[in-house]
Design a protein around this ligand. Structure first.
Ligand SMILES: Cc1ncc(COP(=O)(O)O)c(C=O)c1O
Length: 488
């Protein structure tokens, strides 16, 4: 296909040509489309581009994928008012709805990963259910709902259950991070905390610097908020390159805020040293740029002492909005997160009120009680030991079964591994294709392109080490390695 003739991405142009081809050739429902390989050869594009085009058509309901068989023309909507309306939207020579923005393509990829059943889950960043104190929560929730009827029967007021806010501040003291319970707002997961933080410090059109690679929901959130991303290179052991951030600021990049997942970074597993954290705080304070820190993996770092958040080095300046939560460390399904807003606290509180008003209190009360009774420390010790062991086993298997030259991180915390595939004959491999192939065999992982802009990490993949190591898991990693070795 011709390249560079206009701004429409190559995969979209291919999708549009396929769509009109289907119509012009009057292909019937259920008719089989050419294979990814044939399309790539015929249209002179990469397999990844051909696949992206097919998936674009699939998400619009034009075609459907059948496991191990390929893609087929989907059932068409029956004629009627709705079909007429759809035709009107398509209108004119274009016939197609306006191309969806990139956010939608990425969000769909994510939903496909998270929402789909898979025999072997290597995609999410979450430990398996048996590693969390689920029964204990069951008992606690029942007892609290019975004893404290107002937890369920009254309207929720305020910015969080007071006992939980106090416990969060008390926990932070263990690693010399001073938080005021009054600056803490309890949120629906750490994701809501990040969302409130971004909106408290930046507006649509503003530039926000993030680590590269970074947590893909953060990238999608920034796009949804119409903020621009400025990627700062990040290293597997030490995290964000503070010098690169300084240079960007010196060059005049109008960075309005910086987001870091400093401790147990997702996806790299990095933990910067205290000196790097100090210099980040100092730099941003000098330039009057707020820092949003996501510390959700802080409690899951493997070292002897719990690493301090960057916020701990900010003294009383309030320039760091610290976001945290218990979805990784204690109870994924309860969706309890929090934000300590520093000097932005009042803005965060106002945003919380108009976003979701409040967070349900029953689960907050349960988490508060578990933290207060000391069960958390013991649980954490066990969970961290399990995660560390699982990560080592997974890493060894990747090194053993993946193509020679595959590089894989050796994380200092968190629950994921990040791997980079070697080139084949001077060309890098796309994990988008590998993702599709593995998906048809019931193995899921997170493809690297979601963690950056464009194709920056197309040859990388993230693997969840939250599952107990079993022979089934080992077989799945071996199979993934075989598929990766094919180099398609
Ligand atoms: C860095 C990071 N922040 C936040 C979250 C989501 O937190 P929650 O489920 O509490 O919203 C995740 C989940 O993977 C994550 O990796």
């Amino acid at each position: 296909m011709d390249s560079g003739e206009h701004d429409t991405p190559l995969y979209l142009r291919l999708a549009q040509r396929l769509q009109s081809g289907i119509e012009q050739a009057a292909m019937e429902e259920g008719a089989r489309l050419p294979s990814v390989r044939t399309l790539a050869t015929q249209y002179g594009v990469s397999m990844a581009t051909a696949l992206q085009a097919l998936r674009w058509l699939e998400t619009r309901g034009q075609i459907e994928a059948r496991p191990r068989s390929g893609y087929f023309v989907a059932q068409r909507p029956r004629r009627g008012k709705r079909a007429g309306a759809a035709a009107a939207v398509k209108g004119g020579a274009g016939r197609w709805a306006k191309p969806a923005p990139e956010l939608d393509a990425q969000a769909r990829d994510h939903l496909a990963i998270a929402g789909e059943a898979a025999a072997v889950r290597l995609d999410l960043a979450s430990a398996e259910t048996s590693l969390y104190p689920v029964e204990r929560f069951g008992v606690l929730l029942r007892r609290l709902a019975y004893q404290h009827r107002d937890l369920v029967g009254s309207h929720v007021r305020g910015t969080g259950y007071p006992a939980l806010r106090a416990q969060i501040a008390r926990q932070a003291m263990r690693y010399a991070c001073e938080l005021d319970p009054d600056e803490i707002v309890v949120t629906n997961g750490c994701v809501e905390a990040l969302n409130l933080a971004l909106r408290a410090v930046a507006r649509p059109g503003d530039v926000v610097a993030v680590e590269s690679p970074t947590y893909f929901v953060l990238l999608q959130m920034l796009r949804a908020l119409e903020m621009h991303v400025h990627p700062i290179p990040s290293k597997p052991r030490t995290g964000m390159d503070v010098d690169a951030l300084r240079q960007a600021l010196d060059r005049g990049v109008p960075i309005k805020a910086v987001v870091t997942v400093a401790n147990g970074n997702n996806p790299l597993g990095s933990v910067p040293g205290d000196a790097a954290k100090r210099s980040l705080v100092k730099l941003l304070r000098e330039r009057d740029v707020p820092l949003i820190e996501d510390d959700i993996f802080g409690d899951l770092c493997f070292g002897e002492t719990r690493p301090r958040p960057v916020r701990a080095f900010d003294d009383a300046h309030g320039n760091v909005l610290l976001c945290g939560g218990f979805s990784k460390s204690l109870c994924p399904g309860l969706r309890v997160g929090w934000i300590a807003g520093g000097r932005f606290t009042e803005r965060v509180k106002a945003l919380k009120y108009t976003t979701s008003m409040a967070t349900a209190e029953l689960q907050q009360a349960a988490v508060a009680e578990l933290l207060a009774t000391g069960g958390y420390a013991l649980h954490l010790r066990r969970l961290k030991a399990a995660l560390h062991g699982q990560q080592r086993a997974l890493r060894e298997a990747v090194l053993r079964y993946f193509p020679e030259g595959t590089r894989v991180t050796d994380p200092l915390g968190g629950m994921v591994l990040w791997a980079k595939l070697p080139e084949v004959e001077g060309r890098s491999r796309s994990t988008r294709v590998l993702f599709e192939q593995a998906r048809t065999e019931g193995i899921s992982f997170t493809p690297g392109h979601l963690f950056g802009e464009g194709d920056a990490f197309d040859d990388c993949l993230r693997l969840n080490a939250g599952n107990r190591w079993t022979s089934e898991l080992q077989a799945a990693v071996r199979r993934l390695g075989e598929l990766a070795a094919r180099g398609e």
